[in-house]
Design a protein around this ligand. Structure first.
Ligand code: ATP
Ligand code: MG
Length: 410
């Protein structure tokens, strides 16, 4: 029996790599401009890091972790990268570095989810984390960086949704009020919501089940939740965030239902969504997590960040045909073709040849598919030390001394 890729995983094939890589290159460029430095953390960490960091009551920790035992230690393939970056921040005493510490990452994440469109078990995230700024300008700058990155890969018509969950005491109040408001609806909500009611009632607002959403709508839950007041400091922070986003001309929608699936958020939360994606419509999500560094054993440090799903971004990009190489060398002298191809490559041009003595007509056919120009190196050319160059877009053909043409390439 042939062995296939595991359910919920996928190969990123050679003809997909150009667009895939372009996403990462654009991210890197935008992050460099915004003074973020890259960090790479291990793919597996102690299970406890996620239990404490992401939170015991979250779906991620409850149902989605790939955990395994090794030598008596419980290890987990990272389901997200904020906890790992925070671990590294503490472990390497980054609080002593020049503040704020601004980091970005790219890499695979693992969640045991039900595979469906936009939801895989191994997927990739690009994200940023900024440590050490309390002011809402950091939140706005992070959101703006996300918007710039997404626009840089040619995506439009995405909406930015924002909300504030407040500080610990606001959250406690929010939790109690939400429980009261939801109590009468509870018997008619889905199984997940029933479970979340005790352990993580905020998460109920994020339920994607249609019947639950309809019930929220009918019961006027949205208005009642919008009326819940934050404390003065959190209200002020949220107002500052909106002012900063306005100053940057970022269009946003306030969504009081936006709670995000992880436990560590405080104050700002946001998501960037695309209508084109159906029910798995978030391409990017993040927010502020002022308590996480302390929760994981460091000293109190404000922080804000986000993660974007690379597969979801990839699926939104118009797929053009892969770009062509510069030259395809056509010859029936394999050794001469090998030499010339590598001479051209050393000039920084993309070049290849046929590794064969096939008929020239066959070699030209292939050249037309993959290259912009063909260089014909037949018996006459080799004898006279010339090259025949055929432009495969205009079909113009010229013959000239090899040395002259090579000089032109420089
Ligand atoms: P969702 O609500 O879609 O489950 P989430 O809240 O679990 O998302 P985060 O943990 O915030 O997502 O991850 C940030 C981004 O990573 C998401 O906006 C999405 O683009 C992407 N992402 C999350 N889970 C998956 C997955 N299983 N497969 C592919 N992409 C994913
Ligand atoms: Mg999820």
């Amino acid at each position: 029996m042939t062995i296939k890729a595991q359910k919920g995983t996928r190969d990123i094939l050679h003809d997909e790599q150009e667009i895939w890589q372009n996403i990462i290159d654009n991210a890197q460029k935008i992050f460099k401009e915004a003074n973020f430095k890259q960090i790479t953390t291990p793919i597996f960490e102690a299970t406890e890091l996620f239990q404490r960091g992401v939170g015991d009551s979250t779906d991620i920790v409850n149902k989605e972790m790939y955990s395994f035992e090794k030598n008596g230690h419980s290890l987990t393939l990272r389901p997200e990268n904020t906890a790992g970056v925070v671990r590294a921040y503490i472990e390497h005493n980054m609080s002593r570095d020049i503040q704020p510490v601004k980091l970005w990452y790219f890499g695979p994440m693992f969640r045991y989810e039900r595979p469906q469109a936009g939801r895989q078990r191994q997927f990739h995230q690009i994200g940023v984390e900024m440590f050490g700024v309390q002011d809402a300008s950091a939140d706005a700058d992070c959101i703006y960086t996300a918007v710039r990155f997404i626009e840089s890969i040619g995506l439009e018509n995405l909406s930015v949704e924002i909300n504030s969950l407040g500080c610990n005491s606001c959250r406690e109040r929010l939790r109690e009020k939400i429980k009261n408001l939801i109590k009468p609806l509870l018997p008619n909500l889905c199984e997940d919501c029933q479970r979340r009611y005790e352990v993580n009632p905020l998460r109920i607002l994020d339920c994607k089940v249609t019947s639950c959403r309809e019930l929220f709508e009918q019961s006027g839950l949205l208005t009642s939740i919008s009326d819940i007041e934050l404390c003065d400091e959190c209200k002020n922070h949220y107002n500052q965030l909106k002012k900063n986003l306005n100053a940057l001309d970022v269009k946003y929608v306030e969504n009081p239902f936006l709670v995000r699936g992880l436990d560590y958020y405080t104050k700002t939360v946001f998501e960037i969504k695309s209508e084109k994606l159906g029910s798995q419509n978030a391409v990017c999500g993040g927010g502020r997590y002022d308590n996480l560094v302390e929760t994981l054993g460091g000293s109190y440090t404000c922080a804000v960040g986000w993660a974007a799903g690379v597969e979801r971004l990839y699926s939104l990009i118009d797929k053009k045909t892969p770009s062509k190489i510069d030259y395809f060398i056509i010859s029936d002298n394999i050794q001469e073709a090998l030499k010339l191809t590598n001479e051209i490559r050393r000039m920084g041009k993309k070049a290849d040849f046929d590794y064969s003595k096939r008929k020239f007509s066959k070699q030209i056919e292939k050249a037309a598919k993959i290259a912009r120009s063909a260089i014909i190196l037949g018996e006459t050319e080799i004898l006279n030390n010339t090259l025949t160059i055929k432009n495969l877009e205009t079909f113009e053909q010229i013959n000239m001394p090899k040395s002259e043409y090579i000089k032109r390439m420089q």
